[in-house]
Design a protein. Sequence first.
Length: 240
Amino acid sequence: MKIVKPDTQENTLLIGFPSNGLVGTFSISYLIHHLKMKQIGEIEVPDLTPTLFVEGGEILAPIRVYNKNNIFIIISDVPFNQYLAEGFALAVLEFCKKNAIKKIMMVSGMETINQQKEAPKIYGLVTHSTLDNILYNNQIPKFLDGSIFGTDAAIMSVFRKTTIPALVLYAECHPFFPDPEASVVAIVTLAKILDIEVDTNDIQNRIEKLRIQHRRLMEETLRAIQQEQGKETRVPQIYK
């Protein structure tokens, strides 16, 4: 098979939002910090409860946009229920059209059924075959069978009908608690795809701070996931 390197100069959008293990939140937050990205805007989602965050005396919107060179990031500090997820996905699509985004990548958590003390594995899923080479070049197994729901499913559903390809990385994680180990694996994988150098010790130190900071967010995320499932008993988000 011929290896085709992705165009690292084209506009790429990374998306982070609360999911299992807060893997997406931790991973994308770290990249914003590591790359010293600048906030360039905010995203509004219809019917989202008015929410603001205060950090170091600065008022922050719950969904923010960051940029450095050809890399854009949209990160949400609030989880979305099934009704808000579609509105968020459509807002992301509108942003992509206005900013000539050529591909998007997301990171999410995949609840592990077998809770063994092994390094978390990561799987990839793409909306368009044009991104298959990213999985192949980086030796990322493709997610082959199962089901997805929630915010990542809403985004994939919207983008699979467009010409903008989307890729989601699913890192195995603990379903009930923030999972720093899964986040490290996700960050290292993303950095490899984007050709960015990262220090795993720096990652672990930064994520430990995020883990303490986002304890309440994990509780809110679990409630949102349970609401999507329509039941209190937890079942795996993805069966593998």
